[in-house]
Design a protein around this ligand. Structure first.
Ligand SMILES: C[S@@+](CC[C@H](N)C(=O)[O-])C[C@H]1O[C@@H](n2cnc3c(N)ncnc32)[C@H](O)[C@@H]1O
Ligand code: SF4
Length: 341
């Protein structure tokens, strides 16, 4: 039986009966400020080295989510820019999204995923994604820095997996999960992939994707390239999505693959800046800040820019951010104003 994650395209189509082709937008990618208890060498958000200013207020966030609901957006994801569970307003946002009956997905490093927090997220129907790249304690600390503590994280996972196993159910030939483990694969931890997949057993959905070489990951790239598995990793990076499709993979009408968040999601930074992706800051001038425009207008502008990208830049895999040379060319063209909206 195929395993799927609540809130993602297959779930929306096969379980909720939504025809995605009729939709302009499906996901609101909200961000929390770049504050974190970890200092991961891979962090594409470069937490720790960024100034924090002009954060959205809680009232502004409530308004944006309400506008999103009115636009037909079904899922709210909090995948960055910092660690959601250390953000002071996270519980209020969880309650608000649940009250509006939208599907909320939160990504966490798991360190603050205490019993109380797990119970709270469970009660409010949150889809929880835990980032874990190794089961080796020494490696874990060297990858994550900050307050990283694998024993504590594993203790938290042991509790939440028991709780969330009650949320697993079968429908229309699919097995639906609300708890997942996400692994970022590099040549350094490639040999942990099977171990982590095994660790997930049948009660946690396992997802893995290659490193995006942006932010701190780009700065620390030599650390990740020093692995015994360079050849295997390179193959995984190129073809992994065909063998083990990442949960965000979506097939477009022309049969090409794309990340569903890139295609159907609007990214709103912690300060309200709307960009095509967090690592394409140059797109801001073509879209705008949520404090200045209605969400509907920003969706129109970002979708136009997305279509320009898809028409003019050849995507070999599914993720524009993982294709460095194309991404560079796109950013250069944006800087040189080759895009004329
Ligand atoms: C930026 S983190 C923020 C949320 C939370 N702090 C966490 O680590 O889960 C969101 C997701 O991106 C992943 N991630 C971070 N840096 C990455 C990179 N350079 N390439 C690919 N995935 C990355 C994390 O593992 C996590 O699953
Ligand atoms: S835990 Fe998440 S936000 Fe924090 S440093 Fe690591 S990847 Fe970045």
């Amino acid at each position: 039986m195929e395993k799927i994650v609540k809130g993602l395209p297959t779930y929306l189509e096969k379980i909720e009966g939504i025809n995605l082709k009729n939709r302009e937008i499906i996901f609101l990618m909200l961000s929390v400020p770049p504050i974190c208890n970890y200092r991961c060498k891979k962090c594409f958000n470069s937490v720790g080295s960024r100034q924090i200013k002009n954060s959205l207020t809680l009232d502004e966030i409530f308004r944006i989510i309400k506008e999103a609901k009115a636009l037909g957006i079904r899922g709210v994801t909090i995948l960055g820019e910092g660690e959601p569970l250390v953000y002071k307003n996270i519980k209020q946002i969880v309650e608000w999204v649940d009250k509006l009956r939208m599907i909320l997905t939160i990504s966490t490093n798991g360190r603050m995923l205490t019993k109380d927090m797990a119970n709270f997220l469970y009660k409010h129907n949150v889809v929880v994604g835990i980032g874990l790249d190794t089961l080796n304690e020494k490696e874990y600390v060297s990858y994550c820095g900050g307050n990283a503590n694998l024993k504590e994280v594993l203790k938290n996972i042991a509790y939440i997996r028991k709780l969330y196993s009650k949320k697993i159910y079968k429908k229309n030939g699919y097995k639906i999960y609300q708890l997942l483990l996400h692994m970022t694969v590099t040549s350094k931890n490639y040999n942990q992939m099977k171990k982590l997949e095994g660790f997930c057993k049948d009660d946690i959905y396992f997802d893995c994707q290659s490193l995006s070489e942006v932010g701190d990951a780009k700065k620390n790239i030599s650390f990740f390239k020093k692995g015994k598995n360079d050849y295997d990793y390179k193959t995984f990076k190129k073809f992994g999505h065909l063998i083990k499709p990442p949960m965000v993979l979506l097939k477009m009408e022309n049969e090409k693959n794309i990340c569903c968040l890139f295609y159907y999601g609007i990214f709103v930074g912690y300060n309200g800046d709307v960009v095509l992706d967090a690592s394409i800051k140059e797109s801001l001038k073509y879209i705008g800040n949520i404090k200045d425009y209605p969400l509907k207008r920003l969706v129109e502008k970002r979708n136009k820019l997305r279509d320009f990208y898809l028409k003019n830049y050849n995507l070999l895999g599914y993720c524009p951010i993982r294709e460095q040379s194309t991404l560079k060319k796109f950013i250069k063209d944006l800087k040189e104003s080759k895009y004329k909206p």
